[in-house]
Write a protein that binds this ligand. Structure first.
Ligand code: TXA
Ligand code: MG
Length: 300
């Protein structure tokens, strides 16, 4: 009998292989988090430096105490309210968590992704899946199975196709090992919601997101990205750069986030040299979109 896609993915993961998994945010490049050899293959496939830690994906919040030496109250409250969903909590790592996963740090990032196929996969797998975004290091994250295939080709053993990612930007990362907790990367859950859940006992992201291993320049398309604060400013900038295209989805932040990476990839596919992006307001998903556009622009 032929295997279902989830069964095929399970077989590859149990054999120490790499599977691209759909999540609500972006596609991840997953390996068994307790198999050191398999996790090493992730870094090789991505071309990612070994000191950049990976997020461990788990089936439900019940598994969090297995990966954490202790669960801070802030992590428990956020997990309870947001999982499955686009939130990653940093917690002190349990002794068994491989240092290849945490980049040698004493903390581990954990999340429960909200995607039916990947949740089924995680439940049947039983363990944790270490997974960064399934793109080559420094490039734009993939939000479709085709993006993954275009970026990684044969470097990934199997692509579990779960359709386009509905959120479109990565998870919000909250460091729960410090007091107050700190948002390290704005993402799919708005900063305002994190603040409300923690009764304002949280420090906001300071400037472009700065989780360890994060660089000022990241999420970079080949096209040069220029930032504008308004549609008017964007038109002026575009007029000054022959061949420039304006990217303005500020009227709908949900759609803007959902299409952000495909918009940038599409500009590259069409050979556009300059993208002038209009920055959304710093509100809700606007925090994450501003962060990613700022990084895309920083690559020059
Ligand atoms: O939505 C997401 O979070 C996606 C999907 C696949 O889950 N994953 C993702 O992973 O964006 P990645 O590796 O591309 O970005 C995770 C970021 C990295 O910048 C990494 O440095 C940071 O999280 N990170 C992970 N564990 C950490 C830790 N223990 N301490 C500090 N930073 C950590
Ligand atoms: Mg990434």
């Amino acid at each position: 009998m032929s295997l279902t896609p989830v069964e095929r993915a399970l077989e590859v993961l149990r054999g120490g292989g790499l599977v691209a998994i759909p999540t609500e945010t972006v596609y991840g490049l997953a390996a068994d988090a307790s198999n050191e050899q398999a996790v090493r293959r992730i870094f090789a496939a991505k071309g990612r430096p070994a000191d950049h830690p990976l997020i461990v994906h788990i089936a439900s919040a019940e598994h969090l105490p297995h990966w954490a030496s202790s669960v801070p109250a802030a992590a428990a409250a956020l997990a309870d309210a947001c999982w499955p969903g686009p939130l990653t909590v940093l917690v002190p790592k349990a002794a068994h968590v491989l240092s290849v996963v945490t980049g040698g740090r004493p903390t581990v990032g954990v999340r429960v992704p909200a995607h039916p196929l990947t949740l089924e996969l995680l439940e049947r797998f039983g363990g944790g899946l270490a997974a960064p975004s399934a793109n080559r290091f420094g490039k734009v994250s993939p939000t479709t199975a085709d993006h993954v295939r275009a970026d990684l080709g044969d470097l990934v053993d199997y692509v579990l196709d779960g359709g386009p990612c509905p959120v479109g930007v990565e998870s919000t990362i909250v460091d729960c090992t410090v007091a107050p907790a700190q948002i390290l990367r704005p993402g799919g859950i708005a900063d305002e919601q994190i603040a409300a859940l923690l009764r304002n006992d949280v420090a906001p992201a300071a400037g472009p997101s700065r989780a360890s291993g994060m660089l000022a320049s990241h999420y970079a398309p080949t096209a040069r990205v220029l930032l504008a604060d308004s549609a008017d400013e964007a038109r002026q900038l575009a007029a000054a750069h022959p061949g420039a295209e304006v990217l303005d989805r500020t009227d709908d932040l949900v759609e803007s986030a959902r299409h952000l990476y495909d918009d940038l990839r599409d500009a590259d596919r069409r050979g556009v040299s300059v993208v002038v992006a209009v920055m959304p307001p710093a509100l809700g998903l606007g925090h994450a979109i501003r962060d990613r556009l700022t990084k895309a622009a920083a690559s020059g």
